[in-house]
Write a protein that binds this ligand. Structure first.
Ligand code: C2E
Ligand code: CA
Ligand code: CA
Length: 530
């Protein structure tokens, strides 16, 4: 059973490995998918924040643009006439702090101060200009030094006449540039080569932070750009990942569990046996049984061999008990019967053919149905012997079926007699034709082990009940002599022949019958010895 356990442990290991791989793949896939979707969500949100800031500022600047014609017309009017009009305009455009009219480079009228006479470039060095301009600057008149946004509209072709509107950027910044942690750490506004940062005011250089690169979005209507300072969609998605771990772990454990259950059938030794039957990997061997009275071979025992292409030779002592435990012994026995019938030609007429049958096969008439289907339908001249092993409990054997088998001429042998959970009452119930003395008792002959006494008792029992005795596992001449002297005449063992493929039996039989008859004591092993 050592080997059976090793094989089963191997299958368990494989299942465990498959489940672990499933868990790992699920875990990395779940986390990977969560990471990718979170990253694109972050990207979307960053873009959205920038778009919102751009469109808010666009919305503030557009009314100025729309009302500009009205104000432009005022340039050149005397300040007394123009001031009430531009003051009213300032009040309507809430974001505008002041409007000033410029003629020949001189700011001559202000919505706040009325008539003035100041060269405009003294206040704002970038003005006057021949093209419309939007620029960041600092207030030089009312709230000196406070950051402002200036909108310049030229009126004359040389740019010396025009309108200057001051926009209170500080008031607007909380509306436009409020960051949303943790996605966005800061928002800033760039106009030309100057930048406005809330709290810092107008600066010439944007402070660069390698951990918080800028995402920039320009307005389609005005020459400004909004800069979004963010840890980045990737870094944020990575930071989020640990919070996804519990769900990913639950999912991967669930799938690993499903994989463990799903592989129970496929990655098991029983599945391998099923596959072996379907792929006809099993081979039927036979081992001669000799009648020592006339030294003639009177029959064989059919024994299964499995040369598994994935595992090599597997001993019947390994796969038969597993097949018995997992309801596979019946299909396996059907296979043996069918193969034996297919090769009936290799056996002489009247030959005894022993087939090992598990007790479970004798329930509910199953064996009889199978024999009708495979054996009796072939009308063989050979004698069938059903060797009943004691491994499984014989309690629920269908005794009617046993009687029916006897009636049909099938002989019943009790295998491995004296071992396992045998009970003398079965001899009464089953009325076997043959008792097979287990090789452990044959091996005890000539020794002073307790088993050697049991051998004598089994022999005496068989002879008293007139049940034919077959000794298996005969390996030495001494054992053979002892058995012969005690009237056990049917012997099976390596002393005469090892189990061989069915196709080799005719040659073996022919060699035995051709004089001088010699035992082949040292044949080449056909499969590795157990
Ligand atoms: P078993 O029915 O008692 O079969 C006899 C076993 O003893 C065979 O082992 C055979 O190779 C081995 N043997 C024969 N002569 C000698 C000998 O001189 N010395 C020793 N040490 N061993 C000898 P095998 O073929 O490995 O089968 C082991 C067991 O597996 C069988 O024991 C039988 O119970 C089971 N088995 C084999 N084939 C079948 C089958 O077709 N159906 C069922 N149900 N069981 C099978
Ligand atoms: Ca047997
Ligand atoms: Ca046996």
């Amino acid at each position: 059973m050592q080997t059976a356990q090793r094989i089963i442990v191997n299958y368990q290991r494989k299942r465990f490995l498959v489940s672990a791989i499933v868990a790992l793949v699920t875990l990395s896939l779940t986390l990977g998918i969560r990471f990718i979707s979170q990253r694109s969500l972050n990207q979307e949100r960053i873009h959205e924040a920038a778009t919102q800031a751009v469109s808010t500022l666009d919305k503030i600047l557009l009314p100025l643009e729309d009302g500009r014609e009205e104000i432009i017309r005022l340039v050149g009017l005397p300040c007394d006439e123009a001031q009430p009009l531009i003051r009213k305009k300032t009040a309507v455009l809430q974001t505008v702090r002041s409007i000033a009219l410029v003629k020949s480079g001189i700011l001559y009228c202000s919505s706040i101060f009325g008539t003035r006479d100041t060269p405009v470039n003294q206040l704002q060095p970038a003005l006057p200009a021949s093209e419309a301009r939007l620029l960041l600057s600092t207030d030089q008149s009312l709230l000196k030094g406070s950051p402002i946004m200036l909108q310049w509209y030229p009126v004359s072709a040389d740019g010396e006449d025009g309108v200057m509107e001051s926009i209170n950027i500080e008031l607007l910044s909380s509306l436009i540039l409020s960051p949303r942690a943790p996605l966005i750490s800061a928002l800033s506004l760039t106009l030309g080569d100057r930048h406005y940062i809330e709290g810092l005011g107008v600066v010439d250089r944007l402070p660069e932070d390698p951990d918080h690169p800028f995402y920039r979005l320009a307005s389609a209507h005005f020459p400004f750009t909004i800069n979004v300072s963010t840890p980045g969609a990737t870094a944020l998605a990575l930071r989020d990942l640990p919070s996804q771990l519990p769900l990913a772990l639950i999912l991967s454990s669930l799938l690993a569990w499903i994989a463990w259950l799903a592989t129970a059938g496929r990655m098991s030794f029983t599945w391998e046996i099923n596959l072996g039957i379907a792929a006809r990997e099993f081979e039927v061997f036979c081992q001669p049984i000799l009648n020592t009275r006339n030294n003639e071979c009177t029959g064989v025992e059919i024994l299964l061999r499995w040369n598994n292409p994935r595992q090599g030779w597997i001993s019947p002592d390994v796969f038969i008990p597993i097949a018995e435990d997992h309801n596979l012994i019946i299909p396996l026995t059907r296979y043996v019967i069918a193969e034996t019938v297919r090769n009936l030609a290799v056996f002489p007429a009247e030959f005894h053919i022993g087939i090992n049958v598990a007790a479970s096969h004798l329930r509910r008439g199953i064996l009889l149905k199978d024999l009708n289907h495979y054996w009796f339908s072939a009308h063989p001249s050979q004698q069938l012997v059903v060797e009943l092993t004691e491994r499984a409990a014989l309690d629920d054997v269908d005794y009617r079926l046993v009687r029916e088998l006897h009636h049909k001429g099938v002989k019943l042998a009790i295998d491995d007699f004296g071992t396992g959970n045998s009970s003398l009452s079965w001899l009464e119930k089953l009325r076997p034709d043959v008792l097979k003395i287990d090789k452990s008792f044959t091996g005890a002959i000539g020794t002073d082990a307790v088993n050697s006494t049991v051998t004598d008792i089994i022999i005496a029992l068989g002879q008293r009940l007139r049940i034919e005795l077959v000794a298996e596992g005969v390996e030495t001449e001494q054992q053979a002599t002892y058995l012969r002297q005690n009237n056990v005449l049917l012997l099976q063992g390596y002393l005469y022949a090892r189990p061989m493929p069915l196709a080799e039996l005719p040659k073996w039989l022919a060699e035995r019958s051709s004089p001088p008859a010699q035992h082949d004591r040292h044949p080449n092993p056909i499969m590795p010895l157990r």
